[in-house]
Design a protein around this ligand. Structure first.
Ligand SMILES: [Zn+2]
Length: 139
């Protein structure tokens, strides 16, 4: 490593001290979305999309360099909670498909809770884990 490179690294470290300094999930998703939009824009060539891409990237880098670490971390937590809620039905569908040979999926007729039971057990009595109502299903 050359001396000037060390000097630059030191300068960068000093500059980043006390800053958020990372691409968290929120920033990563912004950058992924921006990247996806850049690909889309190769075909669409819309100035609106270019603007959205730019805004997304600016926000991601602004958050990287922000000194309000606590605020940025809070934003990320809120985003994570929202994202978990949004992706839940998709994750559920995906798992239903992935494990379709081993499990059957029912939703509770009383509270709509999703229930997974092993296949090929004949007719069984299922007790809902959240509301404890019982119903009989063929597996
Ligand atoms: Zn239930």
């Amino acid at each position: 490593m050359g001396k000037s490179q060390q000097k630059w690294q030191l300068k960068l470290m000093q500059f980043m001290r006390g800053r958020y300094g990372r691409f968290d999930i929120l920033s990563k998703h912004l950058l992924y979305a921006a990247f996806a939009l850049i690909i889309v824009n190769l075909f669409v060539r819309s100035s609106i999309i270019s603007t959205v891409v730019l805004i997304g990237m600016v926000i991601a880098y602004y958050r990287l360099l922000s000194k309000k670490i606590y605020v940025r971390s809070n934003e990320n937590q809120k985003y994570l909670a929202w994202w978990t809620r949004v992706k839940k039905p998709f994750v559920l569908r995906f798992n239903q498909f992935k494990y379709r040979k081993d499990y059957r999926y029912f939703s509770c007729s009383n509270c709509k809770q999703h229930i997974r039971v092993p296949r090929n057990r004949g007719k069984i009595m299922i007790t809902c884990p959240s509301c404890h109502s019982k119903f009989e299903k063929k597996t």
